[in-house]
Write a protein that binds this ligand. Structure first.
Ligand code: C2E
Ligand code: CA
Ligand code: CA
Length: 470
């Protein structure tokens, strides 16, 4: 009797132990499952989870059992400034900001959509039924609007800067991986265009991104002296309208890519700006233009000016003024041979010490022109206070001389006002005789444009100068 009781006891202990082990395993497996399929910080379903969901959706799309014709799409929401938040405030605050941001995103986790966390910085909304692309655009705009509202529960007012890549799922998508790749391409693409906040993936994006990569690499090789001479400067004459003489040139950068041939400056300059190459590129241009000015002096033209375009990023470098003066000294030109063209945005959104920098440059004898005048927001009331010498009226205005009567009058006003402020006026992009006549009548000082000449290689520029001189 006692023996059977003991046996029963041992059996119960054995079973309780077994149940305990099974429970422990179950909990551990559950934890492991959670780790494998959910983000440990936000609790959102993760990439593995999304992969499964996408595999199912793609299977449905390609199978015949899609009678209701539901359209499906994914929106990848990329947090562009999360790294900056983490490094400014620390990861603890970064996590709090992210959690609060996820709460906002949860508002979009409604019937028909599902929210996933693809990576720390990237979320994905799976849209399981939509009618038109406009609906997807509206959704993207709503997410952007929600992100733009400050997040301040952690005491630091921040907002998440998001960029959204949108992809419509089709039966031609083979698997989830292809979807991920295309979403990444769309995100990379918007990250590199400053203006847009969201974009639909299209098949050209990849080619455009590759082109940017190659151009960036070629520029980098050139600037680190490992590439061949793919950059050169062309010089566009500037003509004094009163005396009909060339008084200087604007130096314009030209690129001949080994892979793509001629690349327009607007394209490679903006690639250089985004890939941290504009500063070395800008100094290369400055040095080359100063060498050209030096050559002009050698040819017997000591008073001509060479104008160089300066990017805002380069202007903002702490040692900008110093470097410019150093290059002028090294090339042995007189500072009066150099003009710097800066944009209105440098003047307006610029640094606190923009004015001081300009004063220093002018004190050294270098002249300053405001480029593309009229495209930004410079007001005349401020123009008089600025340490500048000249303004260049943008081509858009010059084009309107032939079209709109009001615009004609505006140009005359601008010229008169600038003269009152002691500024020289340059007209850009003059293509027709009629424009020239009107500008001359209105007292414009200098013109630049195809009517007189395009930008020329240095030999031809000097040739033009001699031809005009004789
Ligand atoms: P920008 O400084 O406004 O330069 C004037 C642009 O107008 C040049 O285009 C010039 O070739 C063009 N142009 C001049 N006259 C005429 C004309 O009569 N008709 C027409 N249709 N166009 C005319 P480009 O060389 O393509 O340069 C475009 C822009 O690229 C420049 O605009 C400037 O913002 C930028 N850029 C060029 N070189 C440099 C550089 O060395 N550094 C920086 N930061 N930017 C540069
Ligand atoms: Ca310019
Ligand atoms: Ca211009």
């Amino acid at each position: 009797m006692q023996a059977s009781l003991l046996g029963l006891f041992a059996l119960s202990v054995f079973f309780i132990g077994l149940i305990h082990i099974v429970m422990m395993n179950y909990r551990r497996n559950k934890e492991l499952m959670k780790l494998a399929y959910y983000n440990s910080l936000t609790g959102l379903p993760n990439k593995a989870n999304l992969e499964q969901a996408l595999t199912n959706e793609l299977r449905e799309l390609s199978s015949d059992k899609q009678p209701d014709g539901k359209k499906k799409a994914v929106l990848a929401i990329h947090c562009s400034n999360l790294s900056a938040i983490n490094s400014t405030y620390g990861f603890h605050i970064g996590d709090q900001v992210l959690l609060e941001f996820v709460q906002r995103l949860q508002n979009f986790n409604q019937a028909g959509t599902e929210l996933f966390q693809f990576a720390t910085h990237r979320f994905v909304l799976l849209v399981k039924d939509y009618q038109s692309t406009t609906e997807l655009e509206t959704l993207a705009q709503q997410v952007i609007k929600a992100s733009d509202q400050p997040l301040d529960t952690v005491g630091v007012s921040q907002h998440m800067i998001v960029k959204i890549g949108i992809l419509e799922l089709t039966s031609s998508h083979d698997n989830a991986d292809e979807v991920f790749t295309q979403l990444s391409i769309a995100i990379d693409y918007i990250e590199r265009t400053d203006r847009e906040r969201y974009a639909f993936f299209d098949s050209d994006m990849k080619a455009r991104l590759e082109r940017q990569e190659v151009i960036g690499r070629e520029l980098r090789d050139f600037l680190t002296h490992t590439g061949s001479g793919i950059l050169h400067l062309a010089y566009q004459p500037q003509v004094d309208l009163k005396h009909n003489r060339i008084i200087g040139f604007e130096a314009l950068a030209r690129m001949r890519s080994p892979s793509f041939g001629t690349v327009p400056p607007t394209e490679f300059i903006s690639i250089a700006e985004r890939q941290n190459l504009i500063v070395p590129l800008g100094y290369w241009v400055l040095e080359t233009a100063c060498q050209f000015a030096c050559r002009l002096v050698g040819e017997g033209y000591p008073d001509l000016t060479v104008a160089v375009n300066i990017s805002g990023i380069q202007f903002a470098q702490a040692d900008f003024v110093e470097r410019v003066i150093e290059i002028v000294d090294q090339t042995g030109i007189s500072p009066k041979n150099l003009e710097l063209e800066i944009t209105e945005s440098i003047l307006i959104e610029g640094l606190a010490d923009t004015q001081e920098r300009l004063v220093e440059l002018r004190r050294a004898g270098i002249t300053i022109a405001v480029d593309d005048f009229g495209t930004g927001y410079s007001s005349f009331s401020r123009l008089g206070d600025l340490p500048i010498d000249a303004i260049k009226i943008d081509k858009h205005f010059i084009d309107r001389i032939l079209k709109e009567k009001d615009q004609k009058l505006i140009i005359r006003e601008i010229i008169a006002m600038c003269h009152k402020l002691g500024l020289i006026v340059v007209a850009e992009g003059v293509e027709q005789e009629k424009q020239l006549e009107y500008l001359r009548e209105s007292g414009c000082d200098i013109m630049q444009g195809y009517l007189f000449s395009k930008a020329l290689p240095n030999g031809a520029a000097i040739g033009k100068l001699k031809e005009y001189d004789s």
